[in-house]
Design a protein around this ligand. Structure first.
Ligand code: FO1
Ligand code: 5AD
Ligand code: SF4
Length: 373
């Protein structure tokens, strides 16, 4: 079957060839069919919600605010948050915020103009520089990006991300301004073309069916086969919040989807579940090997009702699974050269990021000590 079945694929000129035999194989995968990981990794991050303005209105999301309510964190506010994170030993500055926030929100546009910017991306570049200056490696997920937008920020990020969510046409993305699977795949493809180490994933329980899950994972795999840039795939279960009442997928469902992800993706691509949202302990034997970014200092601003577990709890989780817990950077080792402690061959990250990791002083020492464990 051709990828033209994916909504928006034609419009964004994305070709994904979904192999029917592979779909069927994945639909038959059981947790017992996959191996458990031999370690569990996580990153320590500080979450910087640059703005709650967003061009979309996903029905599962409690993050976005209406025009009029949303504003932009100032460079000073951003620096304060980052400093708290650096002081707490974080290595990652997570910039995740509404998709194209300057699109419909006059106030965001005005704030950007006041600070000398004509787009959110040039502002994002400025705050990524602040993060590097404060001793943190940026990982930005600004939602969908054009090639021009991503080019503005690629060299000041250690890695970037966007959730595919799903290749299906679901009601959760219905309405006048919606996420479009073709556009999201185009964003993932752009990252590959630009050589940006990338995080993506699927959101489970938003109206997609089993076949959609298999197709979504296969589409991600195809992008990775083409470019080699997918470092991890998040298998995230939807959670209810004050705005929406989506049912959490059952533990049994999550066990099967995680196993399906593991059986679909090549070994080097990590399978991540968020420990604040998922029934993590019950997923560990289904191939999970990463717990994502966990923050000792900030909330998960996207799902603020769900607190981050403490480091102690992550250790318990790993103990229970009988595997070591290892801290990692926001960029995986295989994308970093040996000279800074990675095990990669090709040049993936920019000189700016390499210089930060290789630098003298507290931040560089901290990055290299994380890399060497
Ligand atoms: O705290 C969160 N971190 C989220 N992260 C952060 C992620 O756990 C880490 O930043 C990466 O593992 C890199 O270390 C995302 C990153 C992406 O690139 C794409 C999606 C997400 C989703 C979340 C999320 O919902 N909450
Ligand atoms: C950053 C990511 O957070 C996820 N996201 C947004 N809202 C929810 C929710 N209610 N439950 C779980 N994940 C959610 C989306 O997958 C988005 O891409
Ligand atoms: S999930 Fe992201 S794109 Fe969707 S409404 Fe929330 S902030 Fe916007």
């Amino acid at each position: 079957m051709a990828g033209t079945d994916i909504p928006g694929a034609d419009e964004y000129d994305v070709t994904v060839t979904i192999d029917e035999t592979e779909v069927r194989r994945l639909l038959g995968v059981e947790p017992a069919d996959v191996d458990s990981a031999d370690e569990l990794t996580f990153a320590k991050n500080v979450f910087v919600p640059l703005t709650t303005a967003c061009r979309y209105t996903c029905t599962y999301c409690t993050y976005f605010d209406a025009p009029g309510e949303a504003s932009l964190l100032s460079p000073e506010e951003v620096r304060d948050i980052l400093r708290t994170g650096a002081d707490a030993g974080c290595t990652e500055a997570l910039f995740t915020f509404g998709d194209d926030p300057d699109d419909r929100y006059a106030r965001i546009h005005d704030q950007l103009a006041d600070w000398g910017h004509d787009s959110i991306h040039t502002y994002l570049r400025e705050v990524c520089d602040i993060a590097l200056d404060e001793g943190l490696l940026p990982h930005s997920n600004p939602g969908d990006q054009t090639r021009e937008q991503m080019e503005v920020v690629a060299d000041v990020n250690a890695s970037m991300g966007v959730m595919l969510e799903t290749t299906a046409d679901v009601d959760a993305h219905a309405g006048p301004r919606v996420k479009n699977p073709g556009q999201r795949l185009a964003t993932i493809r752009t990252a590959g073309e630009l050589g940006v180490p990338f995080t993506t994933g699927i959101l489970v329980g938003i109206g997609e069916d089993w076949r959609d899950r298999a197709e979504s994972l296969l589409a991600i795999r195809e992008m990775h086969e083409r470019y080699g840039h997918v470092q991890e795939v998040i298998v995230q279960n939807v959670v209810p919040n004050e705005r929406s009442s989506y049912d959490r997928p059952s533990v049994e469902t999550m066990r099967r989807v995680v196993a399906m992800a593991r059986a679909c993706l090549p070994e080097e691509v990590s399978v991540q579940v968020p420990p604040n949202l998922s029934p993590t302990r019950e997923l560990l034997d289904c191939g999970v090997d990463d717990l994502g970014g966990v923050s000792p200092v900030t909330d998960d601003h996207i799902n603020p009702e769900y607190e981050w577990p403490a480091l102690r709890e992550l250790e318990d989780i790993a103990d229970e699974a009988g595997v070591p817990l290892r801290e990692r950077l926001p960029v995986y080792r295989r994308y970093l050269p040996e000279e800074v402690g990675g095990d990669g061959d090709d040049q993936w990250v920019s000189e700016t990021i390499l210089d930060a990791i290789g630098s003298d002083g507290a931040a560089g020492n901290r990055y290299r000590s994380v890399l060497s464990t």
